[in-house]
Design a protein around this ligand. Structure first.
Ligand SMILES: [Zn+2]
Ligand SMILES: [Zn+2]
Length: 187
């Protein structure tokens, strides 16, 4: 049999790819055809739980094709370094803002509100211990991502560089009430 498909699955997959290509090339026609089908099949439309079905199936498909998807994403990133970098920068900027907003959006010590001064401070000065647990390079965006992933745990606050450095260096920020006394003792 001079036929290029060995199995029905193979043929279906080919047809699906061809349809996808056609839909991408003819978006208006595809939309019109979709609408026609929906209007012609009101019963199916009512019976079908689109959102649930779609997201569940998609999730399962993604899990089953995890390695291939990851490889494809890496390949794409390597081919499009500029776009990739730009989207990473955007994502990091968004994440940074989200984290700082969550922890109050200004320096808890002096009220500095210019975000470019912001750092995340370990309230109990256990940053070094924390990094030993999480890994030495848990800094910057990696640290912000960790905070977000872990539901913004307690024990962190926004400090500006000035207050954070002073607190790290002297053990107390000079802005704090009663700091003078402590600072004198340190000298
Ligand atoms: Zn400050
Ligand atoms: Zn301060």
């Amino acid at each position: 049999m001079p036929f290029k498909f060995k199995t029905v699955e193979e043929r279906n997959a080919y047809n699906r790819r061809a349809m996808r290509r056609w839909r991408a090339a003819n978006p208006e026609k595809a939309r019109a055809a979709n609408l026609r089908w929906r209007r012609a099949h009101p019963e199916q439309m009512k019976a079908h739980d689109f959102k649930h079905n779609h997201s569940e199936r998609r999730k399962a498909w993604k899990m089953a094709n995890k390695d291939a998807l990851l490889a494809r994403a890496r390949e794409w990133a390597a081919k499009n370094p500029e776009v990739n970098r730009a989207s990473h920068v955007d994502e990091r900027r968004r994440m940074r803002k989200e984290v700082f907003d969550h922890y109050g959006g200004k320096c808890v010590c002096c009220g500095e509100s210019n975000q470019w001064f912001f750092t995340i401070d370990h309230v109990n000065n256990d940053g070094a211990d924390h990094r030993r647990v999480l890994g030495r390079n848990m800094l910057g965006h990696k640290f912000y991502r960790w905070l977000r992933r872990n539901g913004y745990p307690e024990g962190f606050q926004v400090l500006c560089f000035n207050c954070n450095c002073a607190k790290g260096f002297w053990g107390v920020c000079p802005h704090e009430i009663g700091a003078e006394e402590k600072l004198r003792r340190r000298l």
